[in-house]
Design a protein around this ligand. Structure first.
Ligand SMILES: Cc1cc2nc3c(=O)[nH]c(=O)nc-3n(C[C@H](O)[C@H](O)[C@H](O)COP(=O)(O)O)c2cc1C
Length: 165
């Protein structure tokens, strides 16, 4: 069985972290696939913020994706207007074979996404309402100009804890 890292990234930060996590998991002899959620049309800054605030659906290209072959998932998202982008909800509402799947979350932001923050709660809700089993593991990273500004020291602990469960 392998691990699926599912993420959305508009400007590359979350993708970079997804790839970093994939490398760290592979170093621990795990088989990992990266699955990028792709918007049919990536929104500009303002329509992204509006969509997040009003929870307006942004259509995704990859619908009905079967995640049945993964024993567990890591799901990553940026923060938009203190919220979780609605694409995460859209992707998982059509994804197949996700019920009961052990899942850990990570988020990036211009500020540091806190474990108890609203964006994390929303993300968790989007996943649990589709049957995923979200663990307490959470990695929040503050990003700036494509670099990690805060939270880097938590990455190895996140990976360790995820594999230990
Ligand atoms: C529309 C929009 C709203 C944002 N709102 C927030 C916010 O409320 N808090 C925050 O910390 N970062 C916010 N950001 C910054 C992004 O979360 C941050 O740059 C993230 O790492 C981008 O990830 P990506 O490059 O994978 O798309 C916002 C970015 C966008 C585009």
């Amino acid at each position: 069985m392998s691990i699926g890292i599912v993420y959305y990234s508009r400007t590359g930060n979350t993708r970079m972290i997804a790839e970093l996590l994939a490398d760290k998991l592979k170093q621990k002899d795990q088989t990992v696939d990266l699955i990028e959620i792709e918007a049919v049309k990536n929104p500009g800054f303002f329509s992204a913020g509006r969509a997040a605030m009003k929870q307006i659906e942004i259509p995704v290209k990859n619908t009905n994706v079967d995640l049945g072959k993964y024993s567990s998932l890591v799901v990553g998202s940026p923060t938009w207007a203190g919220s979780c982008p609605p694409l995460i909800k859209t992707f998982f509402s059509s994804a197949k074979n996700v019920k009961g799947k052990k899942t850990a979350l990570f988020m990036t932001g211009g500020g540091l996404p806190e474990p108890q923050g609203k964006q994390r709660q929303m993300m968790q809700q989007y996943l649990t309402e589709n049957g995923l089993m979200v663990s307490d593991d959470f990695l929040g990273l503050q990003m700036q100009k494509g670099k990690i500004r805060q939270g880097e020291q938590s990455i190895d602990g996140f990976v360790q804890s995820f594999l230990g469960k």
